[in-house]
Design a protein around this ligand. Sequence first.
Ligand SMILES: N[C@@H](CCC(=O)N[C@@H](CS)C(=O)NCC(=O)O)C(=O)O
Length: 328
Amino acid sequence: MGLLIEGRWQDRPVAADSGGRFVRAEAQWRDRVTRDGAPAEGRKRGFKAEPGRYHLYVSLACPWAHRTLIFRALKKLEAIISVSVVHHFMGENGWTFKAEDGATGDTLYGLDFLHQIYAKADPAYSGRASVPVLWDKHQQTIVNNESSEIIRMLNSAFDEWGDASLDFYPPALRAEIDKINALVYPAINNGVYRTGFATTQEAYEEAFGELFSALDTIEERLSKQRYLAGERITEADWRLFTTLVRFDPVYVGHFKCNLRRIADYPNLSNYLRDLHRVPGVSGTVNLHHIKSHYYGSHKSINPTGIVPVGPELDYAAPHDRDRFKKAA
Ligand SMILES: N[C@@H](CCC(=O)N[C@@H](CS)C(=O)NCC(=O)O)C(=O)O
């Protein structure tokens, strides 16, 4: 772990507040790619959607970066937006471009570390060097490093070349999706990190309680309908999926989220397998990178770096979700 201070890399531990609660830094690059290239409201820089112009820097281990890979696959943007995959080990230099074990290296510039990409965009940048990064090859700069915004761009800005028939944030469901995200993000997506990176018993138990209470709420919702917002898959489902798929292999043990496994929730576990079966999705799930990254990189939680062999998992097993209505 570490961060850039005025363009220089410094190794630093995970941030916590005085009560031992994990503190997530806000992403700092927040511009948008738009169909016409006009800047988003309140922003100065505009980026026009064009095939071949943009690049994603991702980790296959990271749930936030995973969202962007799912949208790229489902919206059929593989030939439009290129990708570099960092190595799963994140040590004192942060994410690296060591091109081994399923990592691609930096396919644009051949750099060694992800923080060099941030410094290339702004030599005086101070902040984290996180994935995902949406990179503009023309202007050689970062457009955006906030996954929730990158997936919205992938959902619609590139529809001239991608699958325009799929909309994961349809106007009629936006209020509902926003409501679900407002529960799932703090309590589940970020909740597993708040649980795992807590440095006091009190902070751990607070996050743990919120996490399982939110999972119980979602389990109940999924006992009545196929997807989180009803009969069709939306952004809210993909945002939950990337946490669920990591839950039993990593968060239960490594982050001590062990009241129940996803496998113990009948609806959540079947729902997880249902989403995993959507064509294009299983190819974005890399359990080797996921397990190796968390158990291998977070030395404050797992000093030996030993990666557990289990649990047995079969996300490709049949599911029972066809009992619910699904939109055509
Ligand atoms: N808000 C960001 C969070 C991204 C994030 O925290 N990524 C992690 C990997 S899972 C990372 O790169 N951490 C390295 C760091 O923060 O130094 C997003 O959703 O895009």
